[in-house]
Write a protein that binds this ligand. Sequence first.
Ligand code: NAP
Length: 291
Amino acid sequence: MTKLLNGNQLAKEIRKEISKEIEKKILSKNKRIPHLGIILTGTNNSSITYVNSKIKECKNIGIQSTLVKLPIDSTEEKLLEEIKKMNTNPLIDGFIVQLPLEKHIDQDQIILSINPKKDVDGFHPENFGKMALDMKTFFPATALGILTLLERSKIKISGKHTVVIGRSRIVGKPISILMSRKSYPGNSTVTLTHSNTLNIEYYTKQADIIIVAVGITGFLKGNMIKNGAIIIDVGINKNGKNILGDVDFRSVYGKASYLTPVPGGVGPMTRVMLLKNTLMAALTNRKHPTL
Ligand code: NAP
């Protein structure tokens, strides 16, 4: 029997918890509501959809958001200028620059220019380094979402063998760090695989937990996993109007013990973690008690 891990349901519960925390720690003390800045460049349809859903999530929970839209041909200097404004605006608690960026913009320079204290995506090397060193900081939303989903579903990860497929900065690398950290939840033994890994089945067949983030529809098949494995499907692959995961649901369902559905698994958890990071920024960044 495979149990589906319902990210929608859990994200709903966490949203309520965040709302209560905003009420208790901010509104009841007459402070202003948390405020997330979003910078969007260009006309990438997926980016626009993601940004709209982030704005909606903020609104539903009582977080203020400000969107700065830049045209597709904006220069890197213009983007850096907007980042500087967000960095120095005391009314913005945290902000994100929606990725990917246009090819003429140096993504690394952009990430480096974000004030780490406001980097609620957790992509700045200072925050990434802190995460790798088990220090308190902003964790990238998808990785934090997966970790929280496992923790709240009471899935033991300590001592288990986790195979992560994909080593991107936003998913594979951070989740491999968090799963293996010397902390709770953590203490998993992690194998990080990628496109140069030879005979990937050799690793996946041994895994107690598999986290797949490759962006290839149906990549992980039932014959690549052992009975009872826990499967986390991060993939969001568009097929017409449908969204499909990186896991071949048909062949994995029935063999895995737990599986995240797509949609409704990791996606909603990612979105709610951005809200959590924004609240954390609001609680830690404000210098003056009445701000
Ligand atoms: P990415 O930056 O394109 O990275 C893909 C990774 O997969 C790379 O590390 C690549 O290896 C590896 N890979 C590609 N082909 C492979 C193969 N045949 N065998 C093993 N590894 C292979 O992707 P991403 O940004 O991490 O996103 C992955 C998927 O997750 C996408 O579908 C994306 O839309 C989705 N996503 C979902 C969420 C969510 O909230 N649910 C959040 C972010 C992303 P190399 O490093 O060697 O190139």
